[in-house]
Design a protein around this ligand. Structure first.
Ligand SMILES: Nc1ncnc2c1ncn2[C@@H]1O[C@H](COP(=O)(O)OP(=O)(O)OP(=O)(O)O)[C@@H](O)[C@H]1O
Ligand SMILES: [Mg+2]
Length: 505
């Protein structure tokens, strides 16, 4: 770790920055500057170029044209190490962790402490523990990252950055996977860093957070700088409109009535996932959108992972009136149940594969008769790109080349490819911009209207209330209430999730 003049500030100037990936130009001459010690919100639709610009600043991507100046000096970083030497550190949107290394090893990856020839494990473990305490992550530092849940991975990513003595810290969607409690702690950490003179770039689609923590907002659109303004002069509504470049209509579609007389599309009885969920019983009807609320750790994700055969579990599942045994997500897909994992990178997409391969992976029977028919796949991809508004310059690209929000849309398209009867969407709009969020809500509603039963697991209470017909609440592994979403308030949901509501489940 570099320990030079710890209190120096960092100012940045982007001057006509251009970036192309092969023939596709994604940044078209971006110019703006960052003053030291301030907190900037960087806003823009999915694919606007926010992450790309910040990866250039942090030395992860070479610049194609233009100049980046740090404290007045033009810089061409050959690697993230060069940027880190100037105190510029990026917290990645798509975590940049080595899954098979443990927490301490990840925190010090590339910055290992040495004592003579040997790794100084004692010092690294001590410093790792301090960094973990700072972000409030309570895990054994010897745990392999693969075994962590996404929120924990995010906190490791933050701890790693914090331990590098950043003077300019870029946070790319840092709270997408965090609980409200963890988010509050992060905000306290940000306040502390700011008091310390650290410049912060905060990228988020959660406009309430941008409103709360930033001094100034910078908006990008289609690879260009659009405008900047002091946060205090903007409303959330105005921020959203600046991002999408037009007036946004209502975020949520009107609710269609559900025919409650219909027999359930899926009925789950006395379903348990040892250690996580206890005797859960619920059902969802064709055309119904059923929400699942709860604090992180309440067991929602684990309940559905159990249901899909991803964890040891027991209980009865009926789909379309038939008792089924699901040992694997493939069994589930065959019976008409698919699942969008909250862990997009870990369990959702194969980012090194192409968009086509990702899209059709769960519905291969349809594209392989008996051989894979690339033209059928290609037209399915073209349709999905249109339906889901996936922004990509190139249909033959790998999934890793999509922006975060566009990967989310691809993952969503993928689980709908097998044309399921029931779909479980775990955090479907994570990292998705407000305009695209609205598109996804309307799409979910359209699918429900066509008879799909939809289960939405979400930590965004407003999303559950705005989109769903009913909301089930889990607390400590138990289903404690199922509430009609009409007239439901956030307070009521929180009360059930935390156990402070008068019980009338
Ligand atoms: N390695 C790559 N190869 C090809 N294209 C890429 C690559 N990385 C990014 N892009 C493209 O650059 C554009 C900008 O992507 P970027 O990730 O910067 O968007 P973003 O503003 O961060 O969006 P989001 O809000 O979804 O995270 C997108 O069209 C994306 O597909
Ligand atoms: Mg991004």
């Amino acid at each position: 770790m570099t320990q030079q003049s710890p209190r120096r500030s960092v100012a940045v100037e982007f001057d006509n920055v251009v970036k192309a990936f092969g023939p596709v130009q994604v940044l078209h001459g971006v110019s703006f500057s960052l003053e030291p010690g301030r907190i900037y919100g960087l806003l823009g639709e999915n694919g606007a170029g926010k992450s790309t610009l910040m990866k250039i600043l942090a030395g992860y991507e070479p610049i194609t044209g233009g100049t980046v100046r740090v404290n007045g000096e033009p810089q061409q970083f050959a690697s993230s190490r060069d940027a880190e030497a100037l105190g510029i550190v990026l917290i990645h949107q798509e975590f940049n962790l080595a899954e098979d290394l443990n927490v301490t090893q990840n925190i010090f990856l590339g910055h290992e402490k040495k004592k003579g020839f040997w790794l100084d494990d004692t010092a690294m473990e001590r410093d790792a523990a301090a960094a973990l305490a700072q972000v409030g992550l309570k895990v054994d530092p010897h745990t392999k990252v693969r075994r962590l849940i996404v929120a924990e991975k995010q906190l490791v990513e933050i701890a790693k950055a914090v331990s590098r003595q950043a003077r300019l810290l870029i946070m790319d969607e840092p709270t997408a996977t965090l609980t409200p409690g963890e988010t509050e702690r992060l905000f306290r950490l940000i306040a502390q860093l700011r008091a310390d003179g650290v410049t912060i770039v905060y990228i988020s689609h959660k406009l309430d957070e941008v409103e709360r923590v930033t001094d100034e907002v910078i908006v990008m659109r289609d690879g260009r700088f659009v405008t900047r303004a002091p946060t205090a002069e903007l409303t959330r509504h105005r921020m959203a409109n600046l991002m999408v470049g037009r007036e946004l209509a209502d975020l949520y579609p009107p609710r269609d009535p559900v025919a409650m007389a219909q027999s359930p599309a899926m009925r789950v009885r006395d379903f348990s996932v040892p250690g996580w969920a206890d005797n859960a019983s619920f059902e969802v009807r064709p055309g119904e959108i059923l929400g699942f609320a709860g604090l992180v750790g309440a067991g929602r994700t684990e309940l559905f992972e159990g249901l899909l055969g991803l964890r040891p579990a027991g209980g009865s599942i009926e789909i379309g009136g038939k008792l089924v045994q699901l040992r694997h997500p493939r069994d589930a897909a065959r019976h008409g149940l698919t699942y969008l994992s909250e862990d997009r990178k870990g369990k959702g997409l194969h980012v090194h594969l192409g968009l086509r391969q990702n899209l059709t992976l769960m519905a291969l029977e349809r594209y392989a008769r008996p051989w894979l028919r690339p033209e059928a796949e290609r037209s399915a991809l073209a349709a999905a790109v249109k339906d889901f508004g996936i922004r990509t310059g190139d249909l033959d690209a790998r999934a890793s080349s999509l922006s975060g929000g566009n990967q989310q849309k691809l993952a969503l398209a993928k689980v709908l490819q097998p044309r399921p009867k029931v779909v479980v969407l775990d955090e479907p709009t994570r990292g998705v911009d407000v305009g695209a969020k609205r598109d996804i809500y309307f799409l979910i509603q359209r699918l429900a209207r066509e008879g799909l039963a939809v289960i939405v697991v979400s930590s965004e209470l407003m999303e559950l209330i705005g989109l769903c017909h009913r909301v089930a609440v889990m607390r400590a592994g138990r289903l404690v209430a199922t509430l009609d979403a009409n007239q439901l308030t956030e307070e009521e949901l929180i009360a059930h999730a935390t156990g402070t509501a008068a019980s009338h489940a």
